[in-house]
Write a protein that binds this ligand. Structure first.
Ligand code: MOS
Length: 711
């Protein structure tokens, strides 16, 4: 019996629970007797606390405790680094001393019976500061330190790479462009706010937390409190969007646990939207110089990318800002450099397609500028520079469907009807522009585990400590399990989001399907084989009836050696149409067509939804998102959803076409998947800004392209 559930556009198994409000998100849990914690935050970016007086706060009704560095228990803060923590530096230790490291840093926690009482009392804590000069304006800081980078295979790599002599080749190039591209800080704004409920039972701690990586939260909090990781259980069944903000264990999680310890009862800490601008990460401000040299026939002869990004003064967060430049297009002479600018800000973090999405904005904008300088079609330019192998790693690609993606997306888009001259396409008084860009994201696969249990009634329970921040993990894993077990979907119950379940890697980096999916598949195949053998039957239901008791199997998967033999990435092509109002400077995106070669597609429906989400995220990046940092004090004056603009429904174009190019890749992982979570956003912003150039003749190199920049 082979039920083909893989590849089917199955609707979400948790969809009904979500739309009927029965899916419980972190802040919606309720621990018996829970109190509410509200964080007091620094109003200066650097210095020391001069005095902190909580007398008034403590005297207000309902207040249970006010914690500051003066009275908070000292925490061991044992060393712990998860995969998503910066390699260099040390996490913020909350309420342990009087140091201020960034604007909005937690300096106190007020615990009260009700949220309102806690909010009121938090406003009554009197603080004076011995402020020190701070650097918060990335425009005024020299990037000093070269940064180490993790590669897609996890190894460390020099921040500077060279192949051939890019300087000489650039100087000698027949055609060259040399430009600088800027992306401002973009803040995480998932709809669900970060929240944690902490409840101690003796030395056992339970945390209901918004998280993309429950086992990491358990390990980090155990390290902070100096207790064994087994003593901490983290529960996170539903996540209302996260995009990377849930990959680390932020200070508010520690504060909730600390507050619960002091109060002697459960404490809930939910961040406000405004607080999410001071403690749950953001995409760092980046400045990237890209210089390209080419022969008249369009073949690249030189590629230079010199990039830097902001980070905090206490941790060195760096992302894959220059990785794709090294292999995306064929070029004999390539130089990349990645530096960081440490500032008195809180640490940036992973945000959907971290590194690549910024890298590709600069690189694919530059490619468009080169195409214009060469008077060559932008697709043709890319085709002329299509590499046969990864020229940086000097390895073949496990698979690369770029050509198919260009062809399929261009055809669906109607690219051949484009007239190349900027401003040459119009719709009445509106300027129409068509632009495109290439997309890529590494295939990430990390060790993962899962457990499968078959019951005598012929149903199965499968579990793994994975998360589902929206892509549909609940659903796709049920499909993988049903397929491996040979059972119909309704007979399989998959559960995730509990640190007591078998351990998984972060739910990020587009690695969940590859990693958790392969583990689920392995566990299910194992338990099925055992059932068939022990039951002596070819039919699983019959076998389980004969076995008459539950059977369990666990499986661990990890990457084999394929990464040493192949360069493994997903590739894609994005085409966009914009209409620019020449009088108002307003840009509307009318159509986006994206084609992706991402290996096997487990669920085309949830995959398409992810891609649409990525396209909309890309519209935000191109046209709206900008966390404005006040250069005087590091505050984010637009730290709210009214003034930090993100695309709403009306900004999403009526046409968002997703083409999933068929790709069979036997090398990447047992399931043959590459993941689409991140690549879905890569290439969207440059496709849009390239279209804006085509519409207007104006090349805007600093995002977002707001109306003022086009007038
Ligand atoms: Mo994503 S930045 O991998 O959550």
């Amino acid at each position: 019996m082979n039920i083909a559930v893989i590849g089917q556009p199955i609707s979400r198994v948790d969809g009904r629970a979500k739309v009927t409000g029965r899916a419980t998100y972190a802040a919606e849990f309720s621990a018996p007797g829970q109190a509410h914690g509200v964080i007091v935050r620094s109003t200066v970016p650097k210095g020391r606390i001069g005095s902190i007086d909580s007398t008034k706060a403590e005297a207000t009704p309902g207040v249970i405790a006010v914690l500051t560095h003066l009275n908070a228990p000292k925490l061991p803060y044992r060393p712990h680094k998860g995969f998503t923590d910066p390699d260099i530096g040390e996490r913020l230790h909350v309420l342990q001393d009087d140091r201020i490291n960034h604007q909005g840093q937690p300096i106190g926690l007020v615990i009260a019976e009700t949220l309102e009482q806690a909010v009121h009392a938090a406003n009554l804590v009197d603080v004076t500061y011995a402020a020190e000069p701070a650097i918060v304006d990335v425009g005024r800081v020299d990037p000093v330190r070269p940064t180490m980078q993790k590669t897609d295979q996890g190894e460390r790599r020099s921040p500077e790479t060279r192949r051939g002599d890019a300087q000489d080749a650039l100087a000698a190039a027949e055609v060259r462009i040399d430009r600088t591209y800027v992306i401002p800080r973009e803040n995480h704004n998932p709809i669900e706010m970060h929240a944690t409920i902490a409840a101690w039972n003796g030395d056992q701690l339970t945390l209901w937390d918004k998280s993309q990586w429950v086992s990491n939260v358990a390990e980090e909090i155990a390290s902070v409190f100096g207790i064994p990781a087994e003593n901490v259980q983290v529960i996170s069944p539903f996540v209302g969007g996260a995009f990377g903000s849930g990959l680390r264990t932020w200070p508010h999680v520690t504060l909730a646990a600390l507050g619960a310890q002091v109060a002697g009862r459960p404490v809930k800490v939910m961040l406000s939207r405004r607080e999410m601008y001071y403690g749950t990460g953001y995409r760092p401000h980046t400045v990237q110089r890209v210089a390209l040299g080419a022969a008249r026939d369009g073949r690249l002869t030189a590629t230079i990318q010199d990039a830097y990004q902001e980070t905090s003064a206490y941790e060195e967060y760096s992302e894959a800002l220059t990785n794709a430049t090294r292999f995306l297009h064929s070029c004999p002479n390539v130089y990349t450099r990645h530096r960081i600018a440490p500032m008195n800000v809180h640490t940036p973090t992973y945000m959907r397609a971290p590194g690549e999405v910024s890298n590709i904005f600069a690189l694919e904008s530059a490619m468009d500028e080169l195409a214009a300088a060469l008077e060559m079609d932008p697709v043709e330019l890319r085709l002329r520079n299509e590499p046969e192998r990864d020229e940086f790693k000097n390895l073949p690609f496990s698979s690369r469907s770029t050509r198919e993606c260009y062809r399929a997306a261009a055809e669906r888009f109607g690219w051949s009807r484009r007239t190349p001259e900027p401003g040459s396409m119009r719709d009445d008084r509106l300027l129409i522009g068509w632009g495109m860009a290439t997309a890529t994201y590494p295939m990430n696969f990390a060790p993962a585990a899962a457990m499968a249990r078959l019951l005598p009634d012929g149903t199965a329970e499968v579990m793994s400590a994975a998360s589902d921040m929206g892509p549909g993990t609940w659903t796709s894993m049920t499909q993988v399990a049903a397929d491996a077990l040979g059972l119909p979907m309704e007979r399989v119950k998959f559960t995730l989001g509990d640190s007591r379940f078998p351990k998984t890697p972060p739910h990020g980096g587009s690695m969940t399907m590859a990693s958790v999916g392969s583990a689920v598949q392995a566990a299910c195949l194992k338990v099925r084989d055992e059932a068939l053998a022990r039951g002596g039957a070819n039919d699983l239901a019959e076998a389980m009836q004969r076995v008459g008791q539950p059977l369990e199997a666990s499986a661990n998967v990890k990457p084999g050696g394929a990464g040493k033999r192949f360069s493994m990435h997903a590739f894609g092509a994005v085409f966009a149409e914009v209409a620019v109002d020449p009088d108002l400077g307003e840009t509307r995106v009318r159509r986006i067509v994206g084609a992706y070669g991402a290996g096997r597609i487990v669920n085309p429906k949830t995959t398409r939804s992810q891609c649409i989400g990525g396209m909309i995220g890309g519209i935000g990046m191109a046209l709206m998102e900008h966390a404005v940092v006040d250069p005087r004090n590091g505050r984010v004056p637009n730290g709210n959803l009214a003034e930090y603009a993100v695309p709403v429904h009306a900004d999403a174009p009526p046409v968002m076409d997703v083409i999933l190019v068929e790709e069979e890749d036997p090398h990447v992982n047992p399931l043959g998947v590459k993941g689409v979570g991140e690549i879905a956003m890569v290439g969207v912003a440059p496709a849009i800004t390239n279209a804006i150039y085509h519409a207007t003749g104006k090349r805007i190199r600093e995002l977002p392209v707001t109306p003022d920049k086009l007038l």
